[in-house]
Design a protein around this ligand. Structure first.
Ligand SMILES: C[S@@+](CC[C@H](N)C(=O)[O-])C[C@H]1O[C@@H](n2cnc3c(N)ncnc32)[C@H](O)[C@@H]1O
Length: 423
């Protein structure tokens, strides 16, 4: 594709994602379906340009007040993620001069909001939590996430997969906390690999792996993954159970559960039973009440812990949408807790960094359910032999009551988890 056409296509995609009407990943997928002639490199440049503009929206919008031409073209120039020579070949002389001026602006001279690129309400909420680490957190949220894989321990060993990937020219190293994790710095095409097709690896953030680990599901148990979605954690839990017992994958979205099916087929798991619920108080939940050994509630949340992957969320969520989610989270946790049998374990998790969706939900649940005893997440992870378990936790009297993962300190998405045992 000619550089000029590629930049035009970038501007068109930027215009579409910046409407913020739909999740950016679905806008990008739709754009690719409508432009089937695009090659893999062009697709990578287009997607990364759109994501760069979403990440740096406030700074780029401020810079784009100067310059000429359509606003989305100026934004696409600032966020262009392909080779610089290619960009230069697409620019007219006035644009080249303007870009030079933009490049010369020093980060230190920027207003705080143009450095952190967060909406005011979210910047304040994060600052209140991490204090002087705010700049480091904000910077980490502007970077793309590394690619984490989970090794399927049912049919592979981590060391063997590292060697297998190396033979394909892919450098992977063991993740520091999850015993199943690998981190890959590049973004190789995984789906063509035998290791992927034969279910030895799945894409999963190390933080997500730790939440599945926290459930500590055992052979032969009855387990429910209440908000299973496309089953990222279900697959990890099923392998943890060594493909024995019964693992229900519940979700209200039959569409998401459908995406679990090919992943299940690759994984070799036969202990997983997906089931679509009408709502969290579905008949099926009533029937299983008090019978389940372990229940994971990976609740629908703002997703703000995943800003490295989903930068559009900071512009699509707001205080009002978070308040609506907290009502849903409370209702789901209440209903899912009924499943847990005496002596069983309950884990509540989110990929949010906001206390309203995390500590506040866990505290309110505890108040309303004295028959559930809080377990210390730091102790629980240490018993599971996770290195530096305490450093992954925060809160409570011991400072390790909840799992609290942060992109700037743990190089994973922002996650929260609370653990209880039913009396
Ligand atoms: C954070 S996502 C789950 C991600 C998934 N556990 C994984 O690891 O890939 C939350 C899920 O909760 C589901 N959900 C929303 N409302 C629900 C409800 N009332 N009961 C059960 N699941 C619900 C959503 O459809 C969504 O798939």
């Amino acid at each position: 594709m000619h550089p000029k056409a590629l930049l035009e296509a970038c501007a068109e995609l930027v215009q579409q994602v910046m409407l913020l009407q739909h999740p950016a990943d679905s806008v990008v997928s739709r754009f690719f379906r409508q432009h089937r002639n695009l090659g893999p490199r062009e697709r990578a440049t287009l997607a990364e340009t759109a994501y760069t503009v979403l990440r740096h929206k406030l700074r780029f919008e401020a810079l784009a007040r100067s310059g000429s031409g359509a606003r989305e073209r100026r934004l696409a120039i600032l966020g262009f993620a392909g080779p610089r020579t290619l960009l230069q070949a697409a620019l007219n002389p006035a644009e080249k001069t303007w870009l030079q001026e933009c490049d010369a602006v020093q980060t230190a001279d920027l207003l705080p909001q143009h450095r952190h690129n967060l909406p005011q309400w979210l910047a304040e909420a994060l600052q209140a939590q991490v204090g002087e680490q705010f700049d480091a957190l904000a910077a980490s949220l502007l970077a793309a996430a590394p690619l984490d894989l989970r090794v399927n321990t049912l049919n592979a060993k981590r060391e063997a997969v590292i060697k297998e990937l190396a033979a394909e020219g892919i450098a992977a190293e063991a993740t520091p906390y999850s015993p199943w994790g690998l981190r890959v710095q590049e973004k190789p095409a995984l789906t063509r690999l035998d290791a992927f097709q034969q279910g030895r690896i799945e894409v999963q953030d190390e933080g997500s792996q730790l939440l599945a680990l926290l459930l500590d599901a055992k052979r032969g148990e009855m387990v429910v993954d209440f908000c299973a979605g496309a089953g990222g954690k279900t697959l990890a839990i099923g392998a943890q159970m060594r493909n024995t017992g019964r693992l229900y994958a519940f979700d209200v979205s039959a569409h998401r559960l459908e995406a679990l099916k090919p992943r299940l087929a690759r994984s070799g798991l036969s202990n997983v039973h997906p089931a679509a619920l009408a709502h969290e108080r579905d008949e099926r939940v009533k029937r299983l009440a008090g019978k389940i050994d372990r229940v994971l509630v990976d609740a629908p949340c703002s997703g703000l812990g995943t800003l490295r992957r989903n930068p559009d969320l900071k512009w699509r969520q707001n205080a009002q949408s978070v308040a609506e989610l907290t009502a849903k989270q409370t209702a789901i946790l209440d209903s899912a807790a009924r499943l847990v049998k005496s002596g069983g374990r309950l884990v509540y998790a989110t990929c949010s960094m906001l206390p309203e969706e995390n500590e506040r939900i866990a505290e309110a649940f505890q108040q309303a359910h004295p028959d559930f005893v809080a377990l210390d997440a730091g102790d629980t992870l240490a018993q599971l032999k996770v290195d530096n378990a305490a450093s992954l936790c925060a809160g409570g009297a011991t400072g390790t009551q909840y799992v609290r993962l942060w992109p700037h300190t743990h190089q994973v998405d922002g996650f929260f988890a609370a653990v209880w045992q039913r009396k």
